[in-house]
Design a protein around this ligand. Structure first.
Ligand code: G3H
Ligand code: 13P
Ligand code: ZN
Length: 297
């Protein structure tokens, strides 16, 4: 059941749990995420980046997510989201396709420019009923910052600026930087939860934590206590997919040249990974109406 991302995140924040926002690139990862959500009875967000819109076709990947969600998880809230949109143009394109939630990522811009463009994005999107996630601070990738020599203070979300940013732009969710990092870049030894608590005190909206592929129980619980309602996961999905594929290709004799068998194994590996993340984030069973018995596989 396609559901607004704002509704999914608001319920999570009120309920004291978080949901996963999982990146898809193709048919197999989409189906894996949808089936994992269905089996866990968990709300979920499926997100697509600009590069994936180029790779798969924006309209095609959007319709794939929508169709899979409606067909394979008709009672489970599934949000569809544009992840890391870097320009107003890409956001307008996503909205024209049907996306009802987008991220404008101005985190590499100056505070003033980030605020000005985010505000324009919000004006454009809210008029059309589309939710907007903004980012303040910077969640780095490997390549932007090298392992080991990171001056984390340069990347962190400033709690006072966050208040101004949220109030001035009117965003619906805020991506925060508290020592988290994308992909294979090593994170700060300890996330700055004191900073997170201040951000939460200053801003009354759901927070999104990017770079959460390697976040485990303890950290997740502390983040949720401080207002984080959504964890972004991409790298863990890619690792599960590729590792499985490498093994399957190695045993080519058994699987032959049937791409459906080769890719089907990778899809199942992604599904198990997504299910494990859903358990860590605490959203198992949260798609069930309270009065209904929740039958979880
Ligand atoms: O942060 C988002 C993704 O991990 C990066 O994905 O290579 O599709 O831009 P991308
Ligand atoms: P990971 O690289 O930790 O999976 O983070 C993904 C992400 O933040 C997508 O926006
Ligand atoms: Zn991200």
């Amino acid at each position: 059941m396609i559901t607004s991302v704002k509704e999914i995140l608001t319920k999570a924040k009120e309920g004291g749990y978080a949901v996963g926002a999982f990146n898809t690139v193709n048919l197999e990862t989409t189906r894996a995420i949808v089936e994992a959500a269905q089996e866990m009875r968990s709300p979920v967000i499926i997100q697509v980046t600009e590069k994936t819109m180029e790779y798969s076709g924006g309209r095609l990947i959007y319709n794939l997510v929508k169709n899979d969600a409606e067909f394979y998880a008709p009672e489970i809230p599934v949000g569809i989201h544009l992840d890391h949109g870097h320009s107003l143009e890409i956001i307008q394109r996503a909205v024209a396709i049907g996306f009802t939630s987008v991220m404008y990522d101005g985190s590499r811009k100056s505070f003033a420019d980030n605020m000005e463009i985010t505000k324009k994005v919000v004006e454009f999107c809210h008029e059309k009923g589309v939710d907007v996630q903004g980012e303040l601070g910077n969640v780095p990738y490997l390549g932007e910052a090298q392992m080991g020599d990171i001056d984390w203070d340069k990347y962190m979300t400033d709690p006072t600026r966050a208040k101004t940013f949220v109030e001035e732009t009117g965003i619906d969710a805020l991506a925060v930087a508290i020592g988290n990092a994308h992909g294979f870049l090593k994170e700060r030894a300890q996330p700055d939860f004191e900073r997170m608590a201040l951000i939460n005190k200053n801003c009354a909206l759901p927070f999104v934590l990017h770079g959460a592929s390697d976040w485990e129980n303890g950290r997740v619980v502390d983040a949720i206590k401080n207002g984080v309602s959504c964890f972004n996961v991409d790298t863990a999905i890619r690792i599960a997919f590729v590792n499985n594929l490498i093994n399957s290709v190695g045993s080519q004799g058994e699987l032959g040249f049937d791409l459906r068998k080769l890719l089907g194994g990778a899809r199942d590996a992604v599904k198990e990974t997504v299910k494990a993340k859903i358990k860590i984030f605490g959203s198992v069973g949260k798609a069930c109406a309270e009065e209904k018995v929740c039958d979880i596989a």
